[in-house]
Structures are given as C-alpha cells and as structure tokens.
Design a protein around this ligand. Structure first.
Ligand code: GLA
Length: 685
C-alpha cells in the first residue's frame, strides 16, 4: 500500500539526497543503485591516452569499466612470462577517476603461441574442420590441456588482483558459444552417457533405439549429433554441452574463489541475445554470484515487448537482479543493416533494462580498435578519441542514474504473475518443430505481451522454481513434464494457484520420449481432460470469438468437473466444434489447458479473464499505449520507471502523488516527451 508522506515529497527526497554520500561502487550489486560504464581495452591504446579516456568516462558519470577480455597475448606474451604491470596501472588510473573495474579472464582468445605449440587445444566444428588462430573462440571447451592453461592464467590474475580494492568483480571468458566436435570430446560424451544410464540396455530403452536399428552394443559406437538424430540423444547432447560449459566455468571459479576477496562477484556475460539455446542458462548461472548478459537491438529499433520479456527472462535465471554487461552505443556491426537507434532510444533502452531488474548498464565499447574485426561497431568516442554524438545521450543517462540512485538502490521487480520455461521443453520442440511457424520466442511473447500490459510486471522463471508467491502461472509450451514437475505444479494449484498450460504441453518425458498418457502427460488426471490430436495449421481457423493460428489441439474432457472454455469453429473437420480450452477447479486453485495460439485480441481477453479470476491487478494503472511502466520494489518504497517509447509526447496520470527523481518534483501527472522517462518514487509498499 502506498501511504501519504508526512513531509512534502520533494523535501523527503532532498533529505535522502543529502545523506546519500557519493560512495565507491559496492561489490554487492545494486546496493548503491545503478552503475554505468563500458568495455574498455587499454591494451589496444598507448598508455599516454588512458587518462583522457577515463576523464571522459568520469565526466559522463560512468563508474565502472570492464577490462581484460581477450588480453591474453598482452598478459602472457610468451609461455610462462607474464606482464600485468600495464593492467595494474590501468586499474589504478581508473580508481583515480572513481571508476571501479570488472576484470575479465582472457580465455575466449588464446594467444597464437599457445594454439600453435599445443594444437590439441583447438576446437573442431561440426563439419570436422579444426579451427585456426586469427579469430576468437578457437579453443576446444573440453580440452584438459586448454583448461589447464586457463587455470594458470586465471591464477596469475587472481593472485595479482584478487585483493585489489578497485576490482569489484570478475567476468569469466566471454559469451560461451562454440562447442567442439573433435574425437576426444566425443569420448567424453560417451562417458557422460555411461555415467547417466549405467547400462546400454537402459540407454537403448529410453532412446527407443530399436527404431532404425540404432541399438548400441558398445559405448564407443554412440555418435555425437547436435541437430539431426535420435531425440533422446539430441537432448542428452544439450545436457552434455551444458555440463561441459559448466565445468569449463567451474574450472576458473575454483581458481578464483580462494584467491579473491569474498566481496568480488563472479559472473559471465551471456550472449546470443539471451535466447541462444546451446546450453541451459539456469544451470550455468547457478554457479555465479550474478547473472549478466549482452542486450543488443541489432537491425531496426527497440522491440519494447520482446526486450522487456528477455530482461525478465534473464532476471529469472537466478531470480535476482542482473547486469547488462554489454549494450550498443547506438548501433552494431553484425546485423544485415546496422542502422542507428533514434536519438533518445539508447537512453530509453537502458531505462527499460533497469525497470526490468538491471543493476548496471555497460556499453560495448568505449572506442573501436583501429584494426580488428569490429571497426564499424558503435562506440562512444571516435577514432580520434573525442566524443561521438551518442556521448551526450550516455552522459544524460549518467546524470539520470546519479539522480535516481538513492531511490533505486536495494530495489528489484516484484510480480504476481510468472511464466514458466524449461530448456528441455524448448529443445524438445525445436528438434522437431513440426511447423516452422512455431517460434518459441514468439509464442512466449504472445502470452507475455497481454500479461505484461495487464499486470505491469511479469516474472519468467524455470518451471521448477518456487511458485507459491504467484497468483497466476502461465506455461506456454511446457513440452517436457516429468512426474516430479507435474507434482510441483499440482502442489501450487492445490494450494490456491492458478495454472494455465499452453499448447504442446506434457507431450514428452525427461528422456524426450513420447509419454503414453497423451498430453499433458502426468497432468491428464488432474486436468480431467487430454489432447486427442494436434494439428499444425496452414492458415488461421475460427476459435471462440476470434481465430487460432499456427497450432491447434483437439481437446476432450473426461471429468464432469472439467469445463470447456473455448471451442473451435468450422475448419478441417476434425477440429470442428471441438474443445480448444479446458479448465478445472482443483484444491484451492485451478488448472487450465489452452490447446492453441489465439490471435492477439482473443489472447488478451483470455489472459485478462485469467488475471481477474486470480486477483491480479495492474501495478500502476492505465497508461497510454506506447508508455511502459516498470516497477521496482524496495523495503520502504516503490519506484515506477515510466518510459514513453513513442515518437510523440504522451500524457501519463499517476495513481497518486509521487516524486519524480529525475526532475526532483512532486507530481500527479506528467507530459513525457518522445522517448522520455520519469522515475517515480512512492514511499511505502
Ligand atoms: C559480443 C561480444 C563483444 C563484441 C560485441 C559486438 O557481445 O561479447 O566482444 O564482439 O558482441 O556487438
């Protein structure tokens, strides 16, 4: 509940500002508010230039830099000969400018002396081609020899900088990406399977290898496939890749932890626009103190709903605030058309990430290297070392953060609605998509967009996460539902939760085999209904008052307590008049199965009904269409970040009087310019 202030809001805020002493960055992310910074590569520039760079950063209110990624050949110019003096001086100079350092391990880019002397450290692509020097990520993630070199360089760095007070955290490697398909990795895959299945009989049974004479009689017969092949094998390969990257990472954590200050965090910057599916992001981030990711727009402009969802998805990895370790200063170099974001859009994007739980925003990169593969990428200063036009917008953001930090510190988003995700389900569907139109990010977004506009805050979490704090839980495509997950979901429902399962749910077991109960598998008895048949749609078909797209499942109810909420109209004969959505009250809650992807208007009305039934309300209240409201909640305050993503001004009425931390005014309403932002503070919860 918001409560009226005893003092005028502005005065309270003035007091808060006065007592908020400008402090160095805390190693506990978020404790001092939001940090601003960039990736900085001092090794690419003469030392005489560094002070000017840091001066410009400080002027833009930046307080963090990430250094050291890809610097291995400078840190260890020849085997066993280390040179960290330059790094020590760079960190000290940053401290002089009140800029803290995230130190990255350089293992994404092994030096030429290493890969040429020890070629077994090189990775092999899926087509059998051994990688070469000249790019990055050429190493084999499973090579024991490479991992031993990683341990040594990381130990050297940790001994030198693990107690440096200006180093606040560590980033391991960079955007884990390429697995390796060399013979030694395949042996490790076979050992992984042996440890999991114990006997070949067991593996053959779960993978149904009698099909196409795939039965294995020796472990070394098992191939390593990543795209086409037995569905059980493909899923296990994903688990293997996850385990390999996890142990690659752990190899460095094990070296770092005993040598560094306990206050220094350990993270890795996750790439693939958060959506890459090479490995399970929940498992990788489990071992880190902090999740961070690289949020780029690429071609076009900010897709507001998608970027909101992806930031919520990232927040769900560890179910805590996170860092934007990289984002674009206006443009990238890797999209088909590398257009620039409009003036104001870079700032709006940054504020959106903060609204969804980012505690730091770092730009990639400060200044483009004069050579190297990324000469065209957006930067903050030009090749001459003076500010590019985007500098002023980032400087504005620095001022914003400084003004809003007393309010934002210690806050994080809080939601009554959760969407569920598992990598097993994602993989199982994508191995056999059945309709190329079934794009899982879009399906997630189809459910997310109405929920986000209705509740103004949505969590996206792993399906096994604790659910008791949520009023409404929606699982768009939970394809793999093992018994334990079914039990977890049912416990939530019985205790009063409202669960909506989307199409394709409950088709597979944990070995990616078809379950024999039909969908939704172990939840059939609880639902009192099931899927009779699924259909990939060529076009749209009628359902309820709207249309269904891409996918339609013919449902049936077998329990008198199960009601049909939606039916298909006339379409392929099989679906005509058949149930498209079932629901059943169970325990203190309810379970619903929606077997299709309704058009946006129908989806909105279904989600609105579900939200109302579950007691979910908008956190802030109605806002104009192009305005986004995000909420961060602290112990004694609620902060609303209100962003006008539109290209014309928008008028926003507040649910009560609030203090805008950016303009330092008490307001009940605001006229936001195009791309404008307000950070509204209300005391109480
Ligand atoms: C990734 C990498 C960076 C850089 C950027 C360019 O995020 O981590 O090193 O290559 O892409 O957008």
């Amino acid at each position: 509940m918001l409560r009226p202030f005893a003092l005028p809001l502005g005065m309270c805020w003035l007091l808060a500002m006065l007592v908020a002493v400008p402090s160095p960055l805390s190693a506990q992310p978020g404790q001092t508010g939001i940090s601003l910074g960039s990736a900085w590569y001092p090794e690419q520039w003469p030392e005489s230039r560094w002070d000017a760079d840091l001066e410009l950063m400080e002027k833009a209110h930046m307080n963090v830099v990430r250094v050291g990624e890809f610097a291995w050949s400078t840190e260890e110019p020849s085997e066993g000969h280390y040179d960290f003096g330059w790094l020590e001086r760079a960190i000290a100079l940053a401290a002089k400018h009140h800029i803290a350092v995230v130190l990255a391990t350089p293992t994404d880019a092994p030096p030429a002396w290493l890969t040429s002397k020890y070629p077994d450290t090189l990775g092999t692509d899926a087509d059998g081609h051994r990688r070469e020097h000249g790019n990055r990520r050429q190493f084999s993630y499973s090579s024991p020899q490479y991992r031993s070199f990683c341990r040594e360089i990381v130990a050297q760095l940790a001994r030198r900088f693990g107690h440096n007070p200006n180093v606040i955290g560590w980033q391991i490697d960079n955007e884990y990406t390429d697995e390796s398909f060399d013979a030694a990795t395949r042996v490790q895959f076979q050992q992984f399977l042996r440890a999991k299945y114990k006997t070949l009989d067991n593996l053959n049974r779960h993978w149904a290898t009698a099909y196409w004479s795939q039965t294995y009689t020796a472990w070394d017969q098992i191939p390593m496939e990543s795209t086409h092949g037995n569905p059980g094998l493909l899923l296990d390969h994903k688990h293997f890749v996850t385990q390999m990257w996890r142990s690659f990472q752990q190899n460095q954590i094990d070296v770092l932890r005993p040598l560094i200050l306990p206050t220094q965090f350990i993270t890795t910057n996750i790439g693939g626009l958060a959506w890459s599916d090479n490995w399970d992001h929940y498992r990788i981030t489990e071992d880190l103190s902090l999740a961070s990711w690289d949020d780029y727009v690429g071609q076009g402009h900010l897709n507001v709903a998608r970027n909101a969802m992806l930031n919520d998805f990232v927040r769900g990895w560890k179910r805590q605030n996170f860092w934007i370790m990289e984002t674009e200063p206006g443009s990238v170099n890797w999209a088909p058309v590398n257009n620039a974001l409009d003036r104001g859009e870079t700032r709006a994007l940054a504020w959106q990430t903060v609204g969804h739980g980012a505690d730091a925003v770092l730009y990639w990169q400060w200044r483009s290297a004069l050579g190297g593969q990324e000469q065209y990428h957006g930067a903050i200063v030009g090749p001459d070392g003076t500010p590019l036009p985007i500098y002023t917008e980032i400087e504005q953001l620095g001022k914003d953060f400084a003004a809003a930090n007393p309010a934002l510190k210690g806050t994080s988003p809080k939601s009554d609605v959760a969407m569920l995700f598992t990598y097993d389900s994602r993989w199982a569907i994508d191995f056999q998509q059945h309709s190329k139109l079934y794009d899982q990010q879009q399906v997630l977004l189809d459910f997310y967009s109405p929920l986000e506009s209705i509740a103004q805050s949505v969590d996206v979490v792993e399906a096994t996460a604790p659910l008791d704090s949520y009023k409404l839980v929606v699982a768009p495509s939970l394809n793999v539902i093992p018994q334990a997950l079914a039990d977890h979901l049912l416990a939530y429902v019985r205790a009063g939760g409202h669960l909506i399962l989307g199409p394709r749910s409950g088709m597979k077991d944990e070995y990616n085999a078809l379950n024999t109960e039909r969908q939704p598998g172990p939840l059939v008895p609880a639902l009192g209904g099931r899927v009779e048949q699924y259909y990939a749609l060529e076009g749209s078909i009628p359902v309820g008052d709207g249309t269904a797209l891409i996918w339609a499942e013919q449902l049936s109810a077998s329990n008198p307590a199960t009601t049909v909420e939606l039916r298909y109209g006339k379409s392929n004969g099989w679906l005509d008049g058949q149930p498209a959505m079932l629901t059943r009250a169970l325990g203190k809650g309810s379970i619903t199965y929606l077997g299709t992807l309704p058009d946006a208007a129908l989806m909105h009305s279904l989600m609105e009904t579900a939200a109302t039934n579950a007691g979910v309300h908008a956190a802030f209240g109605p806002v104009p269409a192009e305005v986004e409201v995000c909420r961060r909640v602290g112990r004694d305050r609620v902060v609303y970040i209100v962003i006008n993503h539109g290209r014309s001004p928008a008028h926003v009425n507040f649910p009560g009087r609030m203090h805008d931390a950016l303009t330092n005014k008490d307001l009940t309403t605001v006229e936001l310019p195009a791309q404008g932002v307000a950070v509204l503070v209300a005391e109480g919860r």
